[in-house]
Design a protein around this ligand. Structure first.
Ligand code: SF4
Ligand code: SF4
Length: 297
């Protein structure tokens, strides 16, 4: 893939100079070769800092929530997976479509900085593609005002639910042992929530102190409340961006539960992918009919 950084800088500069946007969110080169953290700029002379290299893996769309009431317009760069997160935020009416200028970037896969660090690699070519990119279904942005670069083919091959089936094959006791061993590692740092485009509530139930839902102490039962609540909150709304699992410092397989829920929804309501079409009808679990069965009541 050719380097689109030049075109990105030129466009961002024009948008800021013309006053079409108040700020731009993209990526810049970090201090180390395997870091390309988010970049926030408001002045045209800063646009030369923008890059789109192997490590521009962070989704930037949740940063739109920080300015949701400001009345300002943001220019934002999105890869395919990020664009589905943006659709999620727009469908949830957390920001207005006209408050964002979307610059799409087809993406042939990114690399994980933590994997670069732990592998002892000394350059990008030695680092394998990030796990979430190996499972990518939408490498091309599903929403944009302008796109830079040529469309690329999706990489994902094989069974999307293979990891779910591994868990399903376990007995109930084995499942309990598996998940409790995973959730007991959780630090409750909330990084997985903070990066999630489906976790876009103005006030999160886990942050309030009256009533307090989660104890301050870290223990297994409260960790399970956190994970199960979050998984059900995102049910039918998870866009499979994989950011929650990627940022978890404890390596908890968060996507395994997310995908289990997606698989169940597909089985119960028919094939469904969240965050793919902006004008689609509400997702399963996001609407109801008066004739819906109520056996669970
Ligand atoms: S990012 Fe990992 S450690 Fe932090 S709250 Fe989420 S699951 Fe727990
Ligand atoms: S739950 Fe994870 S995969 Fe789903 S939208 Fe949130 S961050 Fe993305």
């Amino acid at each position: 893939m050719s380097d689109p950084s030049g075109e990105m800088r030129e466009l961002a500069k024009k948008l800021l100079e013309n006053g079409e946007v108040d700020r731009i969110i993209g990526w810049e080169k970090g201090n180390l070769w395997y870091q390309s953290p988010p970049l926030f700029i408001t002045r045209a002379e800063e646009t030369d800092r923008l890059v789109f290299d192997d490590f521009a893996i962070n989704s930037l769309v949740t940063y739109l929530l920080d300015e949701r009431d400001s009345g300002k317009k943001t220019g934002i760069f999105v890869k395919g997976c990020d664009s589905r997160g943006l659709v999620r935020i727009l469908q949830d009416k957390q920001i207005a479509r006209e408050s964002v200028y979307v610059i799409g970037l087809p993406c042939s896969g990114k690399k994980d900085p933590r994997q670069a660090l732990s592998s002892g690699a000394s350059e990008s070519s030695q680092v394998p593609p990030a796990a979430k990119c190996e499972e990518c279904l939408y490498p091309n942005p599903v929403i944009y005002d302008v796109i830079i670069g040529e469309a690329v083919e999706a990489k994902a091959k094989g069974d999307r639910f293979a990891a779910v089936k591994e868990i399903e094959a376990k007995t109930a006791d084995e499942k309990y042992a598996y998940w409790t061993s995973q959730y007991s590692k959780c630090l409750r740092c909330l990084a997985c929530r903070n990066v999630c485009p489906a976790c876009n509530c103005r006030e999160c139930a886990f942050d309030i102190s009256k009533p307090r839902i989660l104890a301050k102490e870290n223990n297994l039962s409260h960790n399970m409340v956190y994970h199960l609540t979050r998984a059900f909150h995102a049910a039918g709304r998870c866009v499979e961006c994989g950011e929650c699992e990627r940022v978890c410092p404890m390596g908890i397989p968060i996507m395994q539960l997310n995908k289990k829920i997606i698989k169940e929804i597909n089985d119960l309501f028919g094939p469904y992918e969240a965050g793919v079409k902006l004008d689609e009808t509400p997702p399963p679990l996001g609407t109801y009919q008066t004739s819906d069965p109520e056996e669970f009541m």
